[in-house]
Design a protein around this ligand. Structure first.
Ligand code: ARG
Length: 569
């Protein structure tokens, strides 16, 4: 699509002595469209040219030729040059672009650039909880958007399948395995074993010793321990998969923590070689106080075992070598901010090229709060994700039953609406903000929700169905879309790709969610003001094509967020 801002910059470049790239940073989109569609503040030039900004603006106005820029006029207000786009040129351009592209907004910006997104990462033998949902949803959206912009993305599910807790689980299983029906309800039963053995460990030092020994045996490849561990892992993954199926999540790699079991020795050696590994009460640590981090990074515990951080360091080495990443994103709750600070600071001593260190990015997100408070394992009010998703589907079904009892395939629609509502809710605010989980908000068809966007889409679909054929963009009288409501919708549609780029600049999918709400609202205003099925054939066709274009962006955008669109609801 024509980049109008760039066209202006090209013309300005010929007049003022600043290169296009820099000019692009200066050109603004005025808040009030009375001041045009683009604005160039001349204050920056005043000092250099020793002239008042207003005078400079006037001079540029005299010299600039607007041919080919899509601008119809330029005005000077104060020290600003305000450019006004030609509505018909703009409309034609947007409509041509959106109707000619199968996937509107797809780009090649990321060609040849590699991104690793580490997300979801539940822990085996533990419930897949609502924090992992946020990671799955945010990481999934980011990875979809990067892919759409042409990046080569490796989504990694860094499963928590390693560590001393498995020594405990093995011990518990040895003691009471046959009391529990692990196959029928794996994670619940394993959790029970885990809680029970943990309590026993507190009472009996010898049991704790046995647990540690089990983990050591597991690390050394003992057959019995390995077999059990594999079983725990398989049953857990099977259960997780049910959640991933509901969410439609897919990963390129499932290398979890255990994958690095034979790759940590190198981390120890490299840190040793760098002279960074010090002994502290029997443990091996990296002191980070010189870089302003008070807590050291523990590499080897006093009992000889490795840590979560050691595995993350091994993963950095592996990912740099295997994926040659430009960015490696880690999507976890903000509770792990310190962990990643430590790991990234320690990674500097692994001898990797600096570009890899610079590419390490923690993408933290806020907690999910129940109206009663934080959801946590310790307080026992943990909500299982699968139950949550199923409840969302049930609730959506009840709403549909009430609003549209005759709808065909209610089940499928309820799934799209219920799951979509949960996904959208997780993405609708700035990710670091804590989120209050409230069913009524999440499923409100009139609120700023997933169902509201779906509802807008479905409404358009029914308009299009009545209209029959979608007119050809070249045969539209674009003047018919000169009104403010239509122009507002078109502007948003025009911005779609920029929005996606902004998401990748801030690792913030809520930029896209907000945009989709804005677009839905703008369309609703358009729809309320403008009748579509009017007698004036040209007007009708123009409005139909605008509706079609909106639906296309809403569908594309929600798909990138990980949602599915119903055709009716
Ligand atoms: N399994 C961890 C947890 O549940 C998240 C792992 C995040 N990724 C990583 N490379 N550390 O908290």
């Amino acid at each position: 699509m024509v980049n109008f801002k760039e066209k202006i910059a090209e013309k300005l470049e010929k007049i003022v002595n600043i290169d296009k790239k820099e000019l692009l940073n200066y050109i603004e989109v005025p808040k009030d469209n009375k001041n045009g569609d683009y604005s160039f503040p001349c204050f920056k030039l005043a000092k250099e040219l020793k002239k008042a900004p207003q005078v400079i603006a006037e001079e540029i106005k005299e010299k600039i030729d607007l041919v080919g820029t899509g601008m119809e006029k330029v005005e000077v207000i104060g020290g600003f040059l305000n450019f006004f786009i030609s509505k018909s040129e703009f409309t034609q351009e947007v409509l041509n672009e959106i109707t000619s592209k199968e996937e509107y907004g797809r780009a090649k910006i990321g060609e040849g650039r590699n991104i690793v997104v580490d997300y979801s990462a539940p822990n085996i033998a533990k419930p897949f909880h609502i924090g992992h949902l946020r990671s799955t949803v945010i990481g999934g959206a980011l990875s979809n958007i990067y892919k759409f912009l042409g990046y080569n993305v490796t989504g990694v599910n860094h499963i928590g399948d390693y560590g001393t807790q498995f020594g405990k689980l093995i011990e518990g299983y040895k003691l009471w395995g046959d009391e529990y029906d692990i196959d029928s309800d794996p994670i619940n039963e394993l959790t029970k074993i885990y809680v029970r053995i943990n309590n026993l460990c507190k009472e009996d030092e010898k049991v704790l010793e046995a647990c540690r020994n089990n983990f050591k045996l597991l690390e050394d490849g003992d057959e019995y321990c390995t077999k059990l561990w594999e079983r725990f892992k398989n049953v857990s993954l099977k259960e997780f998969q049910r959640v991933y199926d509901l969410l439609g999540s897919k990963f390129e790699s499932w290398n979890g923590e255990a994958f690095y079991s034979d790759k940590m020795q190198e981390v120890v050696e490299l840190l040793e070689k760098a002279g960074k590994l010090t002994d502290s009460q029997g443990a091996k640590i990296v002191d980070l106080s010189d870089v302003g981090i008070d807590t050291p990074c523990i590499i080897i515990k006093s009992n000889g075992s490795t840590t979560y951080a050691t595995r993350d360091l091994a993963a950095i080495l592996y990912r740099a070598r295997t994926y040659d990443f430009e960015k490696a994103l880690y999507v976890t709750s903000y509770e792990q901010i310190l962990h990643f600070k430590q790991v990234f600071a320690t990674a500097k001593y692994l001898g990797l090229d600096k570009k890899y260190i610079d590419g390490l990015i923690h993408v933290p997100f806020g907690m999910v709060l129940l109206p009663e408070g934080k959801m946590s394992t310790r307080e026992g009010n943990i909500i299982k994700l699968e139950d949550l998703l199923n409840e969302a589907i049930e609730r959506a079904k009840a709403i549909i039953e009430q609003k549209n009892p005759d709808l065909d395939n209610k089940e499928e629609t309820a799934k799209k609406v219920g799951v979509g509502a949960i996904i959208f809710n997780d993405l609708s605010n700035n990710r670091v903000k804590d989120e209050i989980f409230d069913w009524d908000n999440i499923l409100n068809f009139q609120g700023e929700t997933g169902p509201y966007i779906q509802y807008t889409y479905v409404r358009i679909k029914s308009v299009l169905e009545k209209a029959g054929e979608i007119p050809n963009a070249n045969e539209i009288n674009v003047e018919k879309l000169n009104d403010d409501y239509s122009q507002e919708v078109l502007k948003l549609i025009y911005n779609f790709q920029d929005i996606l780029v902004a998401v990748t600049e801030k690792e913030e999918p809520s930029i896209l969610s907000r945009y989709l709400i804005d677009l839905s609202k703008a369309y609703s205003s358009f729809y309320n003001e403008n009748k579509i099925m009017v007698g004036d054939e040209e007007l009708k066709n123009a409005r139909i094509i605008l509706s079609y274009a909106t639906a296309k962006v809403l569908k594309e955008g929600t798909k990138l967020l990980g949602m599915e669109m119903p055709d009716k609801m």
